[in-house]
Design a protein around this ligand. Structure first.
Ligand code: ADP
Length: 449
């Protein structure tokens, strides 16, 4: 038979190309990812060995037919065990909804913590498949990478600050004499060193936020006044670029002289909010040509606080708009290429806003301008007053504890002195440790009524 002969005919695939049921189970059992099938009645129908290992059990026959909540227990990233009846995973299972998350840590039967990527796939007939992937190693590698970037940017910031400082001195007519050509070169170098310094700072902030190393310190504030004071702080920068600045208009089309006097309350991390707004306003300045305008406003909008930074600048095309909050994303066109930036600003804005329980998004018309919105949960006046009172009480308790400790030290010193005068051997006065007022950070969580 020649090599071109077809030989024996390959047998037709059986089951119309589908795997026989026993082979399906063999394949599922061989998977490295955990696979759990939950029936329409929300009971455990199938669990493969990888999933058994992840939940810390060995005998599948003991758990099949049970409620999935008996084996699916999770913690959030703050180490709080999720309510077994009311959490996003149970919600998705009971509502037949799809879910993809890496936010929760699986608790094994032995109470060991196992970070997982979890995927819930509804099958359409009421049953659903849960896919669990152990991401311990992935997180470790990510952590090492983050640590490296953080250390490198921290170490590099110092020499860059020094270069920037010396270039500043070289450019200052009071400290150095240089010819015009050298000035041009040094100005370029100065700008680049500033850019590098900004990049390292942004990288450092990004790694700290990604790594949850920054503590969010929430406190009740009146938002309109705070936003206005932050935005007003940027007014000189806007004036320098000949941009018309208005506070209080809701959008670029609204009357600029419109004023909002309403008091609006929210719980925010003041430093985070300052960074967020400064970043958005700096972008508005950067991406708006001379003679344009920038509007900033903050107002109550139902149970939210809505802040907007609007400009009449170059705008962002719909294609780019989808990506601008991603890490390192910069719009690349002839206009933006000339404007310096790191592509980390809006990523940091998003991270910080979300850390305060808020949302950020943008609307834009290419060539006409953009509006960046920040929405935060609003506090009622009563809730604001209540939280202020709690903080005042905590501070008073802290101050009282400090005063009490100081009084104890004074008494102990006086007793020691008296004892010494009386010729006795004095015991050393106790050292008073500084008593700090209780942290306010717990206010980020809803307070018990
Ligand atoms: P960058 O350091 O490049 O400014 P950002 O993360 O702050 O980084 O912004 C990402 C991109 O989004 C920018 O490169 C720019 O193209 C676009 N962008 C941000 N703000 C504006 C704005 N107000 N108007 C037009 N484009 C903007």
């Amino acid at each position: 038979m020649g090599i071109f002969s077809r030989g024996k005919k390959t047998p037709e695939p059986q089951n119309n190309g589908h795997l026989p049921p026993d082979l399906v189970e063999t394949v599922f059992n061989a998977l490295a990812d955990g696979l759990i099938v939950i029936s329409e009645q929300n009971i455990l129908q199938f669990i493969n060995p990888a999933a058994m290992a992840m939940v810390g059990l060995t005998d599948a026959s003991l758990i099949l037919g049970l409620d999935p909540r008996t084996i699916l227990r999770f913690e959030n990233s703050e180490g709080m065990v999720l309510d077994e009846n009311n959490n996003p995973i149970v919600g998705a299972i009971w509502n037949n909804a799809a879910l993809e998350t890496k936010d929760y840590i699986l608790l094994t039967a032995q109470n060991q913590r196992r970070p997982v990527a979890l995927n819930i796939i509804p099958l359409g007939n009421g049953a659903k498949v849960l896919v669990l992937r152990d991401i311990t190693k992935e997180l470790e590698e990510e952590g090492e990478k983050t640590e490296f970037i953080s250390t490198a940017s921290h170490e590099m910031r110092t020499p860059v600050a020094s270069i920037e400082g010396y270039l500043g001195l070289a450019l200052n007519p009071q400290t150095a004499t240089i010819d015009e050509r050298a000035r041009k070169y040094l100005e370029e170098a100065h700008q680049s060193s500033q850019h590098l310094g900004r990049l390292f700072q942004d990288l450092l902030d990004t790694t700290k936020l990604d790594d949850h190393k920054v503590r969010v310190r929430m406190q009740p504030v009146e938002v309109v006044g705070l936003v206005k004071s932050i935005a007003d702080g940027q007014a000189p920068m806007m004036a320098q670029k000949n941009l018309r600045y208005t506070f209080g208009a809701t959008d670029a089309a609204a009357a600029p002289e419109r004023k909002m006097e309403q008091l609006v309350y929210a719980s925010v991390d003041v430093d985070f909010l300052r960074e967020v707004l400064n970043n958005l306003i700096e972008n508005a300045i950067k991406y708006t040509p001379e003679g344009g305008a920038v509007w900033v406003n903050a107002r109550g909008d139902g149970d939210r606080v809505l802040i907007n930074v609007t400009d009449t600048g170059m705008g962002v095309s719909p294609d780019n708009l989808k990506h601008i909050f991603q890490k390192f994303y910069r719009v690349d066109n002839s206009q933006t290429r000339e404007i310096g930036g790191t592509g980390l600003g809006l990523y940091l804005v998003k991270e910080r806003t979300e850390a305060m329980g808020g949302k950020v998004w943008a609307e834009s018309s290419f060539g006409e301008g953009s509006t960046f919105y920040v929405s935060l949960p609003r506090l009622t006046t009563e809730e604001y007053e209540r939280r202020k009172q709690i903080i005042a009480n905590q501070e008073a308790m802290g101050a009282a504890a400090v005063a009490q400790a100081q009084a104890a030290q004074i008494t102990a010193q006086a007793q020691a002195q008296a004892a010494a005068q009386a010729g006795q051997v004095a015991a050393p006065a106790p050292v008073v440790q500084q008593v700090m007022p209780p942290a306010q950070a717990n206010l980020q969580n809803p307070l018990p009524k």
